[in-house]
Design a protein around this ligand. Structure first.
Ligand code: ADE
Length: 229
């Protein structure tokens, strides 16, 4: 069995993972820290990228190419778009798109560049494992489109635009860039998010209030998945 990468964007998103790991070995590389460890007998490499698409692309490339991980599981928080998502609820991405990628001036749809695709699908087997975990824990798991951009969205109008343009259910700042990397390198990947805010006028306050608790909800779920992959 190969190594599993578990990544987040912020320290708060990986701390609840690291507290369960054994034999942690830290490697400092590329202005970041990578934690090689074992979890219930599985070899894992845990890292947080820092916020945004560029840092998350860099970290996912390194987890794959330098640390030789054979799958990438992302755990973290997101802003809700769908009205059935409340703070602390979990969503898994069936696909990810970039809401800030815009060459519409040349007649292309939002989120599209030539030779790319608007929405990159996640691994179907990993999604199936997530659904098994959800059933076994009695948790409701939403599955939908997650939209990514280098912007913390705290405005109802912007949120509605992302909802309408991409049929997205949640938004965050790293998933689609991890998707681009894993898709290009043919690595199965999975993106899980627990809701920290509703991407509206109170998103900044809610985010600060619920980051730690929602990050833990996501991390606990990811750890259950690691046991089954
Ligand atoms: N991650 C969590 N909440 C978010 C928001 N409102 N916008 C972007 N990323 C987020």
């Amino acid at each position: 069995m190969g190594k599993i990468a578990i990544m987040g964007a912020m320290r708060e998103e990986i701390e609840p993972l690291l507290s369960h790991m054994d034999n942690i070995k830290e490697t400092h590389y590329a202005n970041n820290t990578f934690y090689e460890a074992s979890y219930k007998g599985r070899d894992v490499v845990v890292a947080y990228s820092k916020i945004g698409k560029v840092f998350s692309a860099l970290t996912s490339i390194l987890l794959i190419e330098k640390f030789r991980c054979e799958m990438v599981l992302f755990s973290g928080v997101a802003g809700a778009i769908s009205s059935d998502l409340k703070i602390g609820d979990l969503i898994i991405a069936d696909g990810l798109c970039q809401h800030d990628l815009d060459i519409t001036a040349f007649g292309h749809p939002y989120g599209f560049v030539p030779e790319g695709e608007v929405c990159i699908p996640t691994d179907v087997k990993l999604r199936a494992i997530a659904k098994e975990v959800a059933i076994s824990k009695g948790i409701t798991l939403k599955e939908g489109v997650i939209s990514t951009g280098d912007q913390f969205v705290a405005c109802g109008e912007k949120k509605e635009w992302v909802a309408k343009t991409f049929k997205a259910d949640a938004l965050e700042m790293e998933g689609a860039s991890v998707a681009v990397v894993c898709n290009a390198l043919n690595i199965p990947f999975f993106i899980l998010r627990a809701i920290s805010d509703s991407a509206d006028g109170s998103a900044d306050v809610d985010f600060d209030t619920f980051l730690a608790s929602s990050a833990k909800v996501s991390a606990d779920f990811i750890l259950e998945m690691v046991e089954r992959v």
